[in-house]
Design a protein around this ligand. Structure first.
Ligand SMILES: [Zn+2]
Length: 274
């Protein structure tokens, strides 16, 4: 086995040895993030969104624009009390897909730009009036000036990369001091990981290298000079708990999920503090 293939054995952030917790998953005892031993890259080319998204949601990403933008507006509403005014502020979205968030961000007053790996998606976004650069996140990072963005967003993107440290250094470098980093990530601190172990292991996307949690995010924030401002659950699934379809339990579990951010997916707002 070569060196790169055993990368998961050492924590990306603190460098100490990870512990095997399940057949393909290793956890850092200090940072609490989980690394995927069976990680594989996949080609995010033209058909990725159309096939993968359709498989999960029953319609193509582009056909689901209205729902996706509702969710995105909700994410922006969460930061309104922090930034007050969005007008003229610079926003970079990493993994901007068809440009739906860029469009909403511009409507809210931002001057937004996106990076997108899929040629098909970036062309689609640009044809619809957005500004997108096609390319790989890690390559594009090197061509950007320091301290220039007020907001950087990456929704369900960072978990795909093995080079986590470089990504966080990039966020830190490109954001202005006091700028916001908006992330949406899968979190193992949720009902799927704890109550549906076999399914979680079996359905874990091969192209996700790392699984964060609210605690894991906090430790990484400290390393890279970010302050955690907000965490929200991105979708409540009380039915994933034991007897979660029973009416009063459903209500109870939803409260638990919101209170403890015990959710399979989370939305996080971080502030660059130095
Ligand atoms: Zn660690």
């Amino acid at each position: 086995m070569n060196h790169l293939m055993e990368k998961y054995k050492l924590c990306e952030f603190c460098g100490i040895s990870t512990h095997q917790i399940r057949k393909y998953f290793f956890k850092c005892p200090k940072c609490k993030n989980i690394y995927n031993k069976s990680y594989q890259t996949i080609a995010y080319e033209d058909t990725y969104f159309e096939t993968e998204y359709k498989k999960q949601y029953g319609k193509s990403y582009i056909d689901d624009k209205k729902n996706i933008q509702l969710k995105m507006q909700y994410r922006l509403n969460r930061i309104k009390p922090i930034l007050q005014d969005f007008s003229g502020k610079k926003l970079l979205e990493i993994g901007s897909a068809a440009g739906f968030f860029l469009e909403i961000a511009n409507e809210n007053g931002f001057i937004s730009k996106g990076w997108e790996i899929s040629t098909y998606m970036s062309e689609y976004a640009n044809q619809n009036g957005n500004t997108t650069i096609q390319g790989n996140f890690l390559d594009l990072l090197d061509h950007e000036k320091n301290d220039q963005y007020d907001v950087i967003s990456a929704f369900y993107v960072i978990e795909h990369f093995t080079d986590q440290k470089k990504i966080w250094e990039g966020f830190q470098r490109l954001l202005k001091k006091g700028g916001l980093l908006l992330l949406a990530v899968p979190s193992y601190f949720g009902p799927a990981f704890y109550f549906h172990k076999d399914e979680w292991d079996k359905n874990h996307p091969k192209d996700h290298y790392i699984d964060y949690s609210p605690y894991g995010i906090k430790t990484v924030c400290n390393l890279f000079g970010f302050k955690k401002l907000l965490i929200y659950t991105e979708g409540l699934h009380p039915e994933r708990f034991l007897l979660g379809n029973v009416f009063f339990l459903k209500y109870f579990y939803s409260i638990i999920q919101k209170t403890f951010n015990f959710s399979d997916t989370i939305y996080i707002v971080l502030k660059k503090s130095n």
